[in-house]
Ligand binder design. Structure first.
Ligand code: HGY
Ligand code: MN
Ligand code: MN
Length: 416
């Protein structure tokens, strides 16, 4: 006889329809999304998610970082809930599935439990973490970081975007600053479904990534200060070219990451050039280095070599420099029990699966510090993400959400 819940499957058409409806909010210019955190588009996406949660009979809580917690009661109201979710905010040229699949996958679990009239011992809470991306307000995973006690809330409120707007003011402006104390909630476990954002699963034709670890990360914001001058009349030896310094540091980051292959990555993705005029030598540049590795010693070595290299480059070019860490988390080892729940679910459901290390950061990386946590990954086309062309198939979404469903419900305990 099938074990309780053994043949539970989600409704892939309903999940897909919800993904496509959410994708209409904050559309990009090339088929993806631009629903950056704390914008009006983010607020609209939150309202749609809240409406769907209310239709599913969930009660909504919102904490002081704007994170949304939609609760389905269990038979034991005193049991700590099983949380499941991700994020609805996107990159400026983001895809339709990064984060969104994890939030709406959690909602799909609720909808299916309601359809089947299944009750669980532990309550289940579907979560939308504020500002996972960190693109408008650094660092990434800001709200989950405050929840896990890694950032002070006031520090988070003071984070500013490129236009000087404060996180705390924008959260108030869109009307999503909740009352709940951040981090007061106790979790029995947390599960996050996410697209891989890399090529491994698709290349190896595997349905499910059982995420055992996550890369550690440093975001180093670098300010180089030279001297604005005329690009035509200033002799080469007399130039203090901050733009040249940035170019050399960018090359250095790449070279150092290549020294540690295959266990390291590095790039510069954010650049501000001043005065950014065609015929003015840049007197100032501000840019962010993003380095990552699953190994702590590699991460530390890369950071040390890069900071030493910046000093050497700037001395040679007679320019000043400042390096400010604006994002960091150590490599993550997810909870063995929760990882086993994911692996067993994939096995039981007949989906191919491999253990995998997450290249990207996720809210689960912080929540793993305060509750047993694991992630489920599904493939994405060409491993592409943080690009409007990000794509998945309905079957991949179905497999990922089925596995998430079994891991969550098994952990929450089905009550006959
Ligand atoms: O940067 C990251 O890894 C995540 O997508 N915010
Ligand atoms: Mn994400
Ligand atoms: Mn992302």
């Amino acid at each position: 006889m099938a074990a309780p819940g053994e043949n539970l499957r989600i409704n892939p058409d309903r999940l897909w329809d919800s993904l496509m409806q959410m994708a209409k909010i904050g559309p990009g210019i090339a088929g993806g999304n631009n629903r950056q955190t704390l914008t009006d588009e983010d607020a609209e996406g939150r309202r749609l998610f809240q409406t769907w949660c209310e239709e599913a009979g969930l009660s909504m809580g919102v904490d002081q970082m704007g994170t949304m917690f939609a609760r389905r009661e269990g038979t034991d109201p005193d049991a700590a809930p099983v949380y499941v979710g991700s994020h609805l905010d996107t990159q400026p040229t983001g895809g339709k599935y990064d984060g969104v699949l994890g939030v709406l996958g959690g909602l799909e679990i609720i909808r299916t439990l309601n359809d089947l009239g299944i009750r669980t011992k532990h309550p289940i809470v579907v979560t939308n973490w504020t500002n996972e991306e960190g693109t408008r307000f650094a660092p990434a995973m800001l709200a989950s970081g405050v929840f896990a006690g890694m950032h002070e809330q006031d520090w988070a409120y003071d984070r500013k975007d490129a236009k000087g707007k404060r996180f705390g003011d924008e959260l108030e402006r869109i009307g999503w600053k909740g009352e709940e104390e951040v981090g007061a909630r106790k979790m029995h476990a947390f599960f996050e479904l996410h697209i891989e954002q890399g090529p491994i699963l698709e290349d190896e034709d595997i349905d499910i990534g059982v995420v055992t670890h996550g890369q550690g990360l440093w975001w180093l914001q670098v300010t180089l200060t030279g001297k604005d001058a005329h690009t035509g009349s200033t002799p080469m030896p007399k130039r203090r070219n901050a733009g040249l310094g940035m170019a050399r540091v960018t090359e250095l980051v790449h070279e150092i990451a290549m020294d540690y292959q295959p266990d390291a990555v590095g790039a510069v993705g954010h650049v501000e050039v001043y005065p950014n005029s065609r015929n003015v030598i840049p007197g100032k540049v501000v840019f962010t280095i993003d380095i990552r590795s699953p190994h702590q010693n590699v991460l530390d070595e890369m950071r040390a070599r890069i900071e030493h290299g910046i000093a050497t480059i700037c001395e040679a070019l007679d320019i000043g420099f400042e390096v400010e860490p604006v994002g960091h988390f150590d490599p993550v080892t997810f909870d063995e029990g929760c990882v086993a729940a994911v692996r067993n679910a994939a096995e039981r459901l007949g989906y191919s699966h491999i253990d995998i290390v997450s290249g990207a950061g996720h809210d689960a990386c912080w929540i793993n510090r305060v509750a047993p946590t694991a992630m489920v990954m599904c493939p994405c086309v060409d491993g592409l993400s943080h690009n409007e062309a990000e794509e998945i198939t309905k079957d991949w979404a179905r497999a990922g959400c089925d596995v998430l469903f079994h891991a969550v419900v098994e952990t929450a305990g089905i009550v006959e």
